[in-house]
Write a protein that binds this ligand. Structure first.
Ligand SMILES: C[S@@+](CC[C@H](N)C(=O)[O-])C[C@H]1O[C@@H](n2cnc3c(N)ncnc32)[C@H](O)[C@@H]1O
Length: 289
């Protein structure tokens, strides 16, 4: 641990932020590499006296910050870590950095399955870093979950994240195209969740370079109209869900009505479009019959 006065630290912090970047990314850097949490920052802003203890020296932290600014590489990839709900997850450029809006999927599940003692059988299609499945497996310890992805590297990271987050064994990881790893579980799921790639091709081409250059294309691009994967997931969902089982999907900001129609066409009921914190219809959910 390296000792530094709070005064020197705050001066250095101001200098770094004056070069560019945002507070949130800087907080990730300080927490993941410097060992200074957001609550430490709040405490020193109230009482800017005394000393602070850093895990790495300021020169090293500055070099990572400069790298982030120069290359527009997301700070989470440079640090190898992201925070999501109450999880600390390993991330590399093989997985999408789980987004804050996706955290709401877990709250939607909580609103539908209120008893944490429930023995849910759930599947997440396209797990990436494992964020959603791990949060659910921890919240419902008696549940059994299956998290799938087409990408081998993503599954490796998701598996490590589960092991690092828990001593539980109620989450398994399978590789394959959407429902194909679940052939043995037809008609058995209480719940299926997916945040699939849903960005239409023309929008994908115009994404900011920090997203397009660094985050995996397979996690983002949803075909020409963005709905390629959502269509496939909805069409096959009735084979795997129990009667009254829920399907919860995240979609692009303007896709909810189309996703709703796809659910109606595939015999789903109790369909709802749920908003994210910006008031966008980000989640479309329904029950199979
Ligand atoms: C938008 S990311 C979501 C990742 C994670 N669930 C989250 O919310 O942060 C979509 C994920 O779907 C996976 N994926 C893409 N195509 C797939 C396919 N055909 N079958 C299964 N998974 C797929 C990607 O590898 C990626 O991890």
């Amino acid at each position: 641990m390296l000792c530094i006065t709070v005064e020197d630290f705050l001066f250095w912090k101001k200098k770094q932020l004056s070069k560019g970047g945002d507070q949130q990314s800087f907080a990730v850097l300080l927490d993941c590499i410097g060992g200074i949490s957001t609550s430490d920052l709040t405490i020193i802003s109230i009482n800017p006296r005394g000393n602070l203890y850093l895990k790495k020296n300021l020169e090293f932290l500055e070099s990572v910050w400069d790298d982030h600014l120069l290359k527009s590489c997301p700070i989470q990839y440079l640090c190898g870590i992201t925070f999501w709900r109450d999880l600390k997850l390993k991330v590399t450029n093989k997985v999408l950095i789980p987004r804050p809006e996706t955290e709401l999927i877990v709250d939607i599940v909580f609103s539908k399955f209120q008893k944490k003692s429930e023995k849910l059988f759930f599947a997440e299609l396209g797990t990436g870093s494992g964020a959603i499945s791990i949060a659910l497996a921890l919240a419902y310890p008696l549940s059994q979950g299956i998290a799938t992805d087409i990408d081998r590297d993503a599954l490796e990271i998701a598996t490590k994240n589960f092991i690092n987050s828990s001593r539980q064994s109620n989450l398994k990881f399978y590789r394959g195209n959407w429902w194909s790893p679940l052939q043995g579980f037809k008609g058995k799921l209480d719940l299926a969740i997916s945040n699939p790639p849903y960005i239409p091709r023309d929008t994908y081409e115009k994404l900011p370079k920090e997203v397009k250059k660094f985050e995996p294309k397979v996690a983002l691009l949803g075909g020409e109209d963005g709905l390629k994967h959502i269509r496939e997931i909805i069409q096959k969902a009735p084979l795997f869900l129990k009667e009254n089982g829920w399907l919860i999907l995240e979609n692009h900001f303007d896709q909810s009505e189309k996703v709703k129609q796809l659910l109606i066409n595939n015999q789903f009921t109790s369909i709802e479009i749920l908003k994210d914190l910006s008031g966008i219809g980000r989640f479309t959910i329904g029950r199979y019959k």
